[in-house]
Design a protein around this ligand. Sequence first.
Ligand code: NAP
Length: 330
Amino acid sequence: MLYTHLGSSNLQVSRFCLGTMMFGGKTDEAESTRIIRAAIDAGVNFVDTADIYCDTRTETILGNALAGEGVRDKVVLASKTGMKVGPGQNDLGISRFHYVRAVEASLKRLKTDRIDVYYIHWPHPKMNLDEMMRALDDLVRSGKILYPACSNFPAWLAMRTQWIADQRNYAPLVCGQYPYNLIERGLEIELLPMAKAMNFGITIYRPLAIGILTGRYLDNKPAGSRGEDDARIDKWMNQYSAAVREFVNHARVLDLSPAALANRWVASHPSVSSVVVGISRLSQLADNLRGFDQLLTEEQRSAVTTIFPTDIKEEAGGNFPSWRRRYDIL
Ligand SMILES: NC(=O)c1ccc[n+]([C@@H]2O[C@H](COP(=O)([O-])OP(=O)(O)OC[C@H]3O[C@@H](n4cnc5c(N)ncnc54)[C@H](OP(=O)(O)O)[C@@H]3O)[C@@H](O)[C@H]2O)c1
């Protein structure tokens, strides 16, 4: 397992970060616990969750799995808040009111006294960045969170937030979490160059394009897979199936699984600190872990990039592109 500093911090994280979004949904608690233990045994020390996942069940499962003697301190535990987690007007967002209650609730579910990396999950309209960063700074000073972070922030917003933290001596954002893979490459336009220049940590979600880059959708949709109910998979397979087929063959020539090569391609971008890989079954773990034994050289990476149409600049198949186009964030 390769490790690196998270952004400009002194914190060492594994380049494989365990994504837990399926735990408590299609992945039951017993299988989730097996995946968490096996990942830690393989050297993974970075685990990603959010209060919103599976109606908060994911955090509870994670808390149970990490509660064993000595396990909690083996991992850098990341969670997120901001999406609606209750019926109240303030059960979402970036207010001091929401943060204090959201952190307390996550700490209870996670059965721990601190969250190591705490992400602002999404931007919101009319953000008061000073209130947001001051509230997170207070949580840092009280020891309940260690490093604030953002997710899905346009580049300008991440840097504006850092500027406020810098001016007012608040704990800065340690990293941002974004979608990036061989099909969704919009981050290359602005975010990844910004991150390199500013030494801003980047963690990546959706490195396998929800499973497409494993090659599993080339011939059919396996029963029980996310392809059955995620429309992005049909859309991308219609556009890129020839490239995916060539990519799978390229991985075979390199004696790697397609999942390992897709992850290694993401991890080898010079701006990327760690890759959040979604695992639904224990049998998927080993395949993905091999992506993090070593990095690709620039030449090897560009040989993979050019398998896909080089003009691909899909920003993402989710909500991130629309946030980049909004005028009401501040
Ligand atoms: N910050 C954010 O806004 C945000 C948004 C989304 C996700 N995330 C985080 O990022 C993590 C990863 O995101 P993601 O799950 O959407 O993306 P992903 O890693 O691109 O896709 C994971 C899916 O790929 C399939 N898969 C994985 N390994 C496989 C293998 N070896 N063979 C065949 N199929 C395999 C599984 O699908 P099946 O279930 O179909 O088997 C798995 O659920 C999440 O768990 C979450 O922690 C963050």
